[in-house]
Design a protein around this ligand. Structure first.
Ligand code: PEP
Ligand code: MG
Length: 578
């Protein structure tokens, strides 16, 4: 038995065999000469690999259509057509005969030439086609080289997934029923992989670094997403203890229903709103079960990451409408596309940026692709006819950028009006405050919008210069750093001075200890992973607002993260009678 310590990233306890998932690396393509007599054999190998690729793609198409709708399946239809493209088959056959080089190399050369040619044409559709050619060629090559391409969607038994670094798109694609826990070498608590693990209620320990390397396929693991401990091959008594703990948690979860309907009201009658962050529409059930009074952040980018390309206006409209209808009149804040950073669309040109976290992200990306942005804005506007929708722009850095986003929204409204499509004219519009510069001028920005939502995940990352997904500097990621608290206070004060509500949708909002200071600073809404709502509600219902205001005042005078955290923990346990 061995115990490894990582970063607790998603609560829960799971027991299961390790499945070590090795991400694909670019394969090395073999190159050797063949003679004329061997040509037929090479061609036969090629056609067999094409057949196997066809079976594989058909399976993926059927699954995508079944689980995500016809439009998602259509992508794979295009791949199937390309497999039988006579132009491709002819080109490969001629090249094989002329070069007398093995078929793998011929396919590789063909793929490189086509992709290069398509990339030079200034047409996004054709460039996308290059990505399809790349995908198909690699699928065929993998079969030729007996590298079965394992897809996480094919998992057919319960496992603890052990990986170096799962991407958000892996999280979306995998068979979530079968993944009992996630253990990762890389990653931090506020990385999007962690956020998705919490959304899907899968316990996760991330940032294990080299400690995770010795884990072997099939070894029994106990993953404790509360403490960040991973036990490899536990002994009988430790296993028994974990099983009991898991049962206790299941009972607690079953008791949630009673608590869910109680308001988030302090002992002296101050009410705040507790909302849920969601990444995919199916999460609304969990949000309601955990007592969310609305959706404070719908990370719309995951609709885009599911397929790796922008969904149509119509399919976005249906997804937003679905969430609004599921939430039955409760408010739903839809954040416009926030790709970039660690959420890279597979085919995006942004992948080669040197500083992606400071680069072509979020609102910057949308403002540079007007067609994509207009599609999304119209889809949200049209959905606003079916419930209490709000629009939120991410990563706003200053007033000019905000004006450009607001102008784009007006343009989308005009288009909807022209088409006769109903939408809510006075749909509330807000922005994320997640760039320190924006927090400093929150008073200027507040005059232009209906609400703020503080994104502490990025705000902390940018104000302390700590990559939120990098386990090596995770120790410096300090929510209670006095600078962070000052940014939060400045934002809340500016919002209130302008008469607009201030929410927080970063992970800090889910920390029961932080709840004391955030409540005291006057935060109006807390939005978090649904699983975190009950604990935060319990704390808020045990406090007096007046005590929280006093505690917040004292916390602001402390000189370091450690001092603030120690102070808040002590004060909270004194108040809660602990
Ligand atoms: C944040 O930055 O705090 C936030 C909520 O947005 P995201 O985590 O999606 O960047
Ligand atoms: Mg953010």
């Amino acid at each position: 038995m061995k115990t490894l310590q990582g970063i607790p990233a998603s609560p829960g306890i799971a027991i299961g065999p390790a499945f070590v998932f090795l991400e694909e690396e670019e394969p090395t393509i073999p190159r050797y000469s063949v003679n004329e007599r061997e040509l037929e054999g090479e061609w036969k190998r090629f056609m067999e690999a094409v057949d196997r690729a066809r079976v594989e793609i058909t399976g993926m198409r059927d699954r995508a259509s079944r689980e995500m709708g016809e439009q998602h399946g259509a992508i794979f239809d295009a791949h199937l057509l390309m497999l039988d493209d006579p132009e491709m088959l002819d080109a490969i056959e001629i090249s094989l005969k002329e070069s007398l080089i093995n078929i793998e190399w011929v396919i590789h050369q063909y793929e490189q030439a086509v992709v290069r040619r398509l990339e030079q044409i200034d047409d996004p559709m054709l460039q996308e086609r290059g990505a399809d050619v790349h995908d198909i060629a690699h699928r065929i090559l993998n079969h030729l080289m007996f590298k079965e391409r394992f897809s996480l969607s094919d998992l057919d038994r319960d496992v603890v997934l052990v990986a170096r670094n799962l991407l958000p798109s892996d999280m979306i694609a995998m068979n979530r029923e079968r993944v009992k826990a996630i253990v990762m070498v890389a990653g931090g608590k506020t990385s999007h992989t962690a956020i998705l693990a919490r959304a899907f209620e899968i316990p996760a320990v991330l940032g294990l670094g080299a400690a995770a390397k010795p884990i072997r396929n099939g070894e029994l693991l106990v993953v404790d997403g509360f403490s960040g401990k991973v036990t490899v091959e536990p002994d009988e008594s430790s296993l028994e203890g974990s099983r009991r703990e898991r049962e206790r948690l299941a009972e607690r979860e079953a008791g949630l229903a009673g608590q869910a309907s109680m308001p988030a009201r302090t002992l002296d009658g101050h009410t705040v709103l507790l909302k849920a962050n969601v990444e995919v529409p199916e999460e609304t059930a969990s949000a309601l079960r955990h007592g969310a009074s609305g959706i404070g952040l719908f990370r719309s980018e995951f609709l885009f990451l599911q397929t790796g390309r922008p969904p149509s206006e119509q399919s976005q409209y249906l997804a937003y409408r679905q969430v609004l209808e599921d939430m039955a009149g409760r408010p739903v804040t839809i954040r416009t596309l926030d790709v970039g950073g660690d959420k890279v669309m597979p085919d995006s040109a942004a992948t080669d940026e040197k500083n992606p976290l400071l680069g072509w992200r979020a609102i910057r990306y949308c403002l540079s692709d007007r067609a994509l942005f207009q599609d999304q804005l119209r889809a949200i506007l049209r959905a606003s006819a079916h419930g209490d929708a709000r629009i939120m722009f991410p990563m706003i850095s200053g007033p000019d950028e905000l004006d450009a986003a607001l102008a784009a929204l007006e343009e989308a409204k005009a288009e909807c009006r022209g088409r006769g499509q109903p939408y809510r004219e006075d749909i509330p519009v807000g922005i994320m405050i997640e760039i320190p510069g924006a927090a400093m001028i929150a008073d200027i920005l507040a005059a232009k919008v209906d609400f703020f939502s503080i994104g502490t995940n990025d705000l902390i990352q940018y104000s302390l210069a700590v990559d939120r997904g990098n386990e090596r500097v995770a120790y410096l990621y300090e929510p209670f750093h006095p600078a962070v608290l000052r940014f939060i206070k400045t934002t809340i004060d500016a919002g209130h001075a302008a008469g607009i509500p201030v929410s927080m949708c970063g992970e800090m909002a889910s920390d029961p200890v932080a709840a004391l200071v955030l409540l005291g600073l006057g935060l109006d809404e807390f939005s978090m992973s649904a699983v975190a709502i009950p604990d935060v509600k319990t704390v808020l219902r045990s406090l007096r607002f007046a005590d929280a205001v006093e505690a917040a005042g004292e916390a602001m005078d402390r000189r370091s993260h450690r001092e603030v955290e120690d102070f808040l923990k002590k004060r909270l346990s004194a108040i809660m009678g602990g």
